[in-house]
Design a protein around this ligand. Sequence first.
Ligand code: ZN
Ligand code: ZN
Length: 342
Amino acid sequence: MPLTEARFFGAGDVRLLTAEPASPGPAEVAIAPLAVGVCGTDSHIVAGSFAAAPQVVLGHEVCGRIIEVGPAVDGLAVGDLVTVEPHDYCTRCTYCRLGQEHLCDDKRGYGVKLDGGMTERMVVPARIAYRLPDGTPPWIGALTEPLACCLHGMDQLDPRSGLPILIFGAGPAGAMMVALARARGLAPVVVLDPRDDRRAAALRMGADAAFDPASLDEATALTDGLGFPHVVDAVGAGRILESAIAVSSRGGRVLVFGVARPDDEARVRPHDIFARELTLVGAVINPYTHHRAVRLLPTLGLDRLRPAFYGLHQLPEALAAQRAGTADKVFIAPHGIAAARG
Ligand SMILES: [Zn+2]
Ligand SMILES: [Zn+2]
């Protein structure tokens, strides 16, 4: 039976097409995607501001059920609920050979360069399908990928428990950062976001306090005026980095996690970095954190987030909802909303 899939043809041009289902190769599995997260990257691809392969199937935050396994596949069976680690690496470049595959010269993301999950059927190598505990709601399962990215961010920040953290931005990533910060024993966990609903989401996820960015001084007062030893930019903007550095304590560590515009700039005083002995770290995607994210997933109370679901044919509405931020997280439900909710 033909299946429906959402393919990207160019800026502003996403088409729903039908295709004949492909069979999995010997070491591949076919998955019925049940919930596929819509993230900023998808919006940027469709807007033409993030490079993607022409005619690629979108969707990189995928949770689905296995419907067919290749003859050489071990350890996965039809009916298993899985999350996909959506990257392919060249395995031969210097970075790949140093265990830094996420910095690979020829990294290819599913849903960006390779066909992703916004389809009724997705075929992937079995080694990138990670089994989830039975009974995991598929939309929670689809959070594994963004959670794995947050986990890599936390690894890069390498915070010390018992000390404060300030998180700029309480979108889906910022909200998951809050949950991770709590799990790592950071206190207080303080969030800045201009939107009421996002501050509310941060508080639901366990933030101790959430302020409008205009109230930065009130936030800093929670550290007795010392500043924050840990600061996360979960927005991605030069002006946020400037504020993050300004509000760091001496010896502070600043994580650049949000995706800034490539041409955005920040004014940084080298003397600040030197005299206050600051550390600036970046984090991109999810090297070796997908496995750990699967294990953390049931412990973080991610069901406190408020999801919104759209069918494959409603992708434009889903992208608009993602951009507007009207739900905590937006999902495509290729096999219906009930199947995505679980
Ligand atoms: Zn994403
Ligand atoms: Zn490589």
